[in-house]
Design a protein around this ligand. Structure first.
Ligand code: F6R
Length: 612
């Protein structure tokens, strides 16, 4: 949700800001803007993407060595030029970018209007900026103190970066609930929503914590205070991110690259967690909390979107292998529902970005009620990773395509490893089956390679269906979450309405939708309930629906009744979601391309949902 960048140092700031915004564009692409100081503040902003901003900015002066930039995912106010960031304060002496939501903006705006402030935009961000200006005037303090005092008045989430024309040698930044990373170079500093715009300049970073304010001055360097005005010692860390991981590497889209990366990303999720002799699983990050999991009264998975679907696979895994009752919760509902939480509940929070606002709030709520929180995150050092008691990173590498692909399979891999380890230690998973499943898991990357070889076939299939207006995805057991995920992938990037359903539930409603126009993707590998799924397919065919079956290699039965099939290598049903989700990713990718959709940046979406 919005990407922000900032720079102060000796280099020309314009290319640094533009490059940084391009790296962060996955966070929002409704509008973009920059403000750079050179004698005065030059502001360029417009509706559209960073490329539009580049065209726009060429008309003005863009030299300078201090500046800020923003790429927006609209919350308050339409995505237009005026609402684009950066914003000027009323007197035009301060300029600011903001990621987050100021919940009490309306009351603050009324108060400021009464005090004579005029607003140019509809944004909550401009309200916060004028509040800061008002405090500075009233209290006659330096800008950093005005920021600190103003933030006491604010309810909501923010990551802000600002500077004033009175002191253009100083950047000020603050955060609460939205991420902000400071890159520390030789006499230069970078600010960004995540480390991706920073790594090509420096690997040394400081993750600003909630309610901290960073003051970065050309002469005095970096100083951090908190909202109570206490001095904080910056904690310098090294990021491991490789630059190549942030490039498309010859693929047409990040999404396609990330789909193809899955054999490697799944192997990376397993790396170091399976013993060399392949007989045991150990997850170092949760070692001290394993007993908690073994004794858990209940596991509650909290997540959103695709990560929620991974949590659903986790439910099947933990109930099946470790015999622990599991509930899977949408973080956005869970956080406000006043749920019953016991001290011996373990919450597993799943998030690719580690920044999803609802998941973060659900964690805080469950923590306050005494539950143990384990995180499964992809982004190292992210807010969720830091808010949990313990956790396991997925190690999938940066996921830049807005539609999640390799993060999903990496999350499922980590959940599988956890369920295997806990189930075996708890005694609910016999050693022989435990070790067989480990061996099978190690085979998954090469089996996905085989699925990827069917790309051309899936592309041809897409050709037949890209004009469909509706799709149904059905599965039972472990294939049910895969059906949900397949439907989500299709709707989010191709804008075709798609629903995922448990195959047997179909006759309680959705069957009414089936006619000769309706493609129905049925995930029907050889697994428990296979015959029952075959009956469901017969029910669809009896109503003239078009069936695309995702089946185990060599399948005869479904192949005879389905209109089209995609064969996937066989594996234990426990591990099948790792394989069967991949052809569905490719199907939605090709359909979206044929519909001329922007695959990596689908409309209305953003990669990291840092607002609730
Ligand atoms: C769908 C997708 C979203 C995310 C969701 C949660 O392809 O990417 O549904 O899964 O916004 O995001 P994270 O996992 O970052 O918490």
């Amino acid at each position: 949700m919005c990407g922000i960048v900032g720079y102060i140092g000796d280099q020309q700031v314009y290319p640094i800001l533009i490059k940084g915004l391009k790296r962060l564009e996955y966070r929002g692409y409704d509008s973009a803007g920059i403000a750079i100081f050179d004698q005065e503040i030059a502001l360029h902003k417009c509706k559209g993407k960073v490329a539009d901003l580049e065209a726009h900015a060429k008309n003005g002066s863009v030299s300078g060595t201090i500046g800020i930039g923003h790429t927006r995912w609209a919350t308050h106010g339409l995505p237009n030029d005026v609402n684009a960031h950066p914003h000027f304060s009323d007197s035009k002496s301060i300029v600011m970018i903001h990621n987050g939501i100021i919940e009490n903006y309306s009351a603050l705006r009324k108060m400021l209007e009464k005090r004579g402030y005029a607003f140019r935009s509809e944004t909550d961000s401009e309200v916060l900026l004028n509040l800061i200006e008002d405090v500075q005037k009233k209290e006659k303090v330096e800008l950093d103190q005005a920021v600190r005092i103003a933030l006491h008045e604010v309810v909501g989430a923010y990551a802000i970066v600002l500077f004033s024309k009175e002191n253009p040698d100083r950047l000020i930044a603050a955060k609460k609930g939205s991420p902000l990373v400071i890159g520390v170079g030789e006499g230069e500093y970078f600010l960004a929503s995540d480390a991706t715009p920073i790594v090509e300049y420096t690997r040394n970073v400081v993750y600003l914590e909630d309610e901290e304010i960073a003051v970065i001055d050309r002469a005095q360097g970096l100083n951090i205070i908190n909202i109570k005005n206490q001095k904080i010692t910056p904690y310098l860390q090294e990021v491991e991110l490789q630059l190549e991981e942030l490039e498309k590497g010859g693929y047409e889209h990040f999404m396609l690259k990330e789909i193809y990366e899955q054999p490697r990303s799944i192997a990376d999720s397993m790396r170091g967690r399976i013993s060399v002799d392949g007989t045991t699983v150990a997850l170092g990050g949760i070692k001290d909390y394993e007993q908690k999991l073994i004794n858990a009264r209940r596991i509650i998975m909290v997540a959103c979107g695709t990560s929620w679907h991974a949590g659903l696979v986790g439910e099947y895994l933990f109930e099946d292998l470790a015999r622990i009752p599991v509930e899977v919760e949408y973080a956005s509902e869970f956080r406000y529902r006043n749920p019953v939480i016991y001290e011996d509940d373990v919450v597993i929070a799943i998030s690719q970005s580690g920044e999803t606002a609802d998941t973060l709030a659900a964690i805080e709520m469950a923590k306050s009620k005494g539950a143990t929180i384990i995180g499964i995150c992809n982004v190292v050092g992210s807010s969720i990773a830091r808010a949990t008691h313990a956790g396991s990173y997925t190690h999938a590498g940066p996921e830049i395509g807005v539609a999640s692909t390799k993060a999903f399979t990496a999350q499922v891999t980590v959940l599988t490893l956890m369920a295997l380890s806990i189930g075996h230690k708890k005694g609910t998973l016999p050693t022989q089956r435990y070790q067989q499943l480990i061996r099978d898991l190690e085979q998954i990357p090469s089996k996905i390679e085989k699925v990827l070889k069917q790309n051309d076939k899936i592309k041809q299939l897409s050709d037949k269906f890209f004009q469909a207006t509706n799709f149904l995805y059905l599965g039972r057991g472990y294939s049910f979450p895969v059906a949900l995920e397949g439907a989500l992938k299709l709707k989010e990037i191709s804008y075709i309405h798609a629903e995922g359903y448990p195959a047997a539930e179909m006759k309680h409603g959705p069957i009414a939708l089936i006619d000769e126009q309706m493609p129905v993707v049925v995930i029907a590998p050889k697994a428990s309930f296979y015959e029952k799924v075959v009956s469901n397919i017969q029910e669809i065919k009896a109503r003239k629906g078009i069936v695309i079956g995702v089946v185990s290699e060599g399948d005869k039965t479904v192949s005879e009744i389905a209109d089209h099939i995609i064969e996937v290598p066989h594996t234990d049903e426990v591990l099948m979601p790792l394989i069967s989700s991949v052809p569905l990713q490719l199907l939605s990718y090709h359909i979206a391309l044929l519909r001329d959709c922007n695959v990596d940046q689908p409309r209305n979406l953003a990669k990291s949902v840092t607002v609730e």
